[in-house]
Ligand binder design. Structure first.
Ligand code: ZN
Length: 568
């Protein structure tokens, strides 16, 4: 067993033993992909959400170069009009087999017959084709030496249509069936209504590097729908371009279905939302009309979302019910990259400010070949959990262009620019661009737990949780050394004063060592102990969780000491 697997097992055991996280409905054997937070876990999770709301919505950081912006919140229903999910692309034609993308941040569904794999072949790969049909190869070979420009001139001169070139490609592949060189140099996934559209769309997605360096000027391509694609081709997602993330075609939907009202038929069908973002887009106009926000501004939402994961795993990381903290930030197109970079940096710093200091936090800018087709840029803020060798996404910060507002404009009002806004300065009417920092509450909760988990065999209680003070479920504990000799009389007023302001616990039972150990496992930063000396000189002992060091302070200073040390 690797040391990280062992660590993960210890963390899971501690979370269960101390009431951070339980399996859902455990008394009935549990239910896969669902989790419950216990007394400590729910305080931790609430602290995370409160920090986010406070730091992003109520008191957001200054804008780039001092630019003013506003942040407001919404709290939308979990069940929405099913048309929302048609417009957003989450639901398609159910009668057709669907393919789902399992990649983080994508999770899109496609009709299998409208998702295509287009393979492009380089000169070298083409040369490897054995000439079973030499004549055909001879016919096309001279054309392949020519540049795109020469080809198009030739096509004009000799009336060679695209269809003719396509046919040539087809013919070559017909006779080469079964040859190793059929594996393309580059494969691109696209959504398209037919083969020619698929090929043209895929060609437009080739990067300059792919075109010039990998393919040279060669232009042999072959397109298959996902349902018919050769087994050995890399199955690329038409949206996020990831490989190995697509399911086999089948009737399938990631969304949980339910029925509204007493009758259950196709008209009563509804879905539990798979993300909170769409509630924000659906309310974009309501918020603009009912408040005085002006672009640039952001709308934030925290709430539950549901995805019927095929394979929930990695503890709470991939669950079927989870909570999101999402911002949709609306800005003018010409400043959208500035805002994208702003939010990317703000969000990375936020995790660091809450105690994710280790090099396990690894922001990763997506490459051109990973980006969704509508997206100009995207950064995955990833974290190296002990359950995997690879970093996993905590949050995606995506530049989504005008994709969402245009899609809802078209679907709800019949016009892509239905949600356009007039720019007071330029008088232009534009659909705003969107920057979307989308974070998982449960994922950060798990990251905070694994980051806090500390083991020191030299301590009386080797396991302790080094939570950042803002996240710690309990900020302090008050212990009378023994529950007699007047010590509770001194301890109780201290406890009663602190708990008015900060989460605090009182414990008079068991040995002092066991009480410290319990607080270490809960991640409580400070414990105040009232002992024999307290009665004589009015001082108490303060024990620091992180190094087990002890101070003596006057009993009247406990709350002040806490506030000072915790910065709260
Ligand atoms: Zn995908």
């Amino acid at each position: 067993m690797s040391s990280s697997t062992e660590t993960m097992e210890k963390i899971v055991a501690l979370c269960r033993r101390r009431g951070f996280i339980f399996g859902s409905s455990e008394i009935y054997g549990g239910i896969g992909g669902f989790w419950d937070y216990g007394p400590l876990g729910c305080e931790l999770k609430k602290n995370i959400k409160d920090c986010w709301w406070n730091d992003m919505v109520r008191n957001p950081p200054p804008g780039p170069n001092g630019t003013e912006y506003q942040m407001v919140g919404v709290d939308c229903s979990i069940i929405m009009n099913p048309k929302v999910w048609e417009a957003s692309g989450h639901v398609g034609g159910f009668q057709d087999p669907m393919v789902a993308c399992k990649a983080e941040g994508c999770r899109k569904l496609f009709r299998a017959d409208q998702a295509w794999l287009v393979g492009f072949y380089s000169r070298d790969d083409f040369n490897r084709l054995q000439d079973h049909d030499r004549e055909l190869v001879d016919r096309i070979a001279p054309l392949l030496k020519k540049s795109d420009k020469e080809l198009s001139e030739l096509a004009d001169d000799e009336g060679l249509s695209d269809d003719f070139l396509l046919q040539l490609n087809e013919s070559i592949f017909e006779v080469k069936t079964g040859m190793s060189a059929r594996l393309p140099t580059i494969t691109i996934g696209v959504e398209a209504g037919n083969q020619v559209e698929a090929m043209n769309t895929a060609a437009s997605r080739l990067t300059r590097h792919q075109r010039d360096k990998q393919l040279h000027t060669l232009n042999i391509r072959k397109a298959y729908s996902l349902a018919e694609a050769p087994k050995d081709w890399p199955r690329r997602c038409p949206v996020c371009n990831a490989t190995g993330t697509l399911t086999e075609p089948r009737e399938f939907n990631l969304m949980f279905e339910t029925n509204i009202g007493a009758l259950q038929d196709s008209t009563s069908k509804a879905y539990l939302r798979p993300e909170t973002a769409q509630g924000i887009f659906a309310n974009f106009k309501n918020v603009m009309d009912s408040t005085r926000v002006k672009i640039p501004f952001g709308i934030a939402q925290i709430g539950k979302a549901f995805r019927n994961e095929i394979n929930p795993r990695n503890y709470t990381f991939r669950s079927r019910e989870f909570e999101q903290m999402e911002i949709e930030f609306f800005c003018w197109p010409d400043t959208s990259m500035m805002w994208y970079e702003f939010w990317r940096d703000v969000r990375i710093k936020w995790y660091e400010s809450l105690g994710i200091h280790s090099d396990k936090l690894r922001p990763r800018e997506q490459g051109d070949d990973e980006l969704a087709h509508y997206s100009d840029a995207c950064t995955d803020i990833e974290y190296l959990f002990p359950f995997s060798e690879e970093t996993q996404e905590l949050e995606g910060v995506a530049h989504r262009g005008d994709f969402d507002l245009s899609a809802h404009g078209k679907a709800s009002k019949g016009k892509e620019n239905a949600f356009a806004v007039v720019n007071d300065e330029t008088k232009e009417r534009l659909v705003p661009h969107v920057i979307e920092p989308s974070a998982g509450v449960d994922r950060f909760t798990l990251a905070a737990i694994t980051e806090a988990y500390s083991f020191d065999e030299n301590r009386a209680s080797p396991e302790f949780m080094k939570f950042h003070p803002r996240l710690a479920p309990i900020k302090a504990a008050v212990f009378p050394l023994v529950a007699k000799d007047g010590m509770p009389d001194i301890a109780e007023p201290i406890y009663n004063e602190i708990r008015k302001h900060l989460p605090c616990q009182y414990d008079a039972k068991q040995s002092i060592g066991k009480r410290y150990a319990r607080m270490d496992e809960a991640g409580t930063p400070f414990c105040f102990t009232i002992d024999g000396q307290s009665k004589e000189d009015g001082t108490v002992t303060v024990r620091n969780r992180d190094d087990a060091s002890q101070d003596r302070i006057d009993k009247s200073r406990c709350l002040e000491y806490l506030r000072d040390k915790l910065g709260l």
